[in-house]
Ligand binder design. Sequence first.
Ligand code: C2E
Ligand code: CA
Ligand code: CA
Ligand code: CA
Length: 279
Amino acid sequence: AKKQNGSSCCFFQPSMRVDLNRRLVIEKSLSGNVKELGFYFVVQPQINCDTGELVGVEVLSRWNHPTLGPISPIEFITIAEETGTISNLTNCLLKDVFSFINCTKNQGDIFPKTAINVTASLLSSKTFFKELFLLMEQNQISSEQIEIEITESVELTYSEITLANLITCQSKGISIALDDFGTGFSMLSYLMDYPIDKIKLDKSFVSKIGQDEKSEAVLKSLIQFVKGVGCTLLAEGVETQEESLFLQANGCPIHQGYFHDKPLLPKDFLTKYIGVSNQ
Ligand code: C2E
Ligand code: CA
Ligand code: CA
Ligand code: CA
């Protein structure tokens, strides 16, 4: 039986109205011209600590909305995925990322491999990859420059189309990274079902370094496991020198995280890493 005056019979509270409004504003903005509404991206370096070399960058979306202010990518990506506007958003992002990659071309600089997050609905889309390949061709982006990050944090159910898409990517030379490894629903089945080149070890494992021995043992075993599977390994969310040294000492030298660098605006990245200052 329901309480007569408890919160259980109050289906619509003012705070819910605020949430609903917020969601509606985000939804509406997502179907418009997101670039004019404060959508942009940053890039975070990936460093090989054994060599000091910059091995890649991950593209991360940002949104400074005109009325809502900064919105977390978790929030707007989830809404975009649910409402079907993720392809618009990702295509808009790709265009900007490709011109960013190309802006150093005439200087003859080699741009590092650039990783782009692709959600489950796009992975199983028949049109998304066609558009991606077309955009790459139009912008003269070679396949070796691009990495696709697939995440298991949202349940990625097995799909024949996803498999076919990933095989096509790989055969062209685009690499596939499995994101947030260790946190998802069935990490081993993705690894067996899909062609994976790189594993991104989730930051939850990294943050336990120096805190508890059992977690360190799990981490060491995971590093050996990934080696055995033959994938490239990267540790995410490396925040301290202690974490970085531990990972390096245990056979995982490629790191992404605040200890090495935070996500940077493209112009700042170019100045700092590529030596281009005229952006
Ligand atoms: P992710 O793909 O796992 O990206 C890594 C997240 O960790 C980023 O959060 C990054 O800013 C953050 N990070 C980097 N280094 C550190 C560190 O040392 N410590 C900690 N605590 N965090 C660190 P961000 O940018 O807020 O993005 C959150 C998530 O939103 C991403 O997680 C990704 O799943 C999603 N996302 C962001 N941009 C895009 C996009 O363009 N497309 C799609 N589909 N998803 C995106
Ligand atoms: Ca990612
Ligand atoms: Ca991740
Ligand atoms: Ca930590």
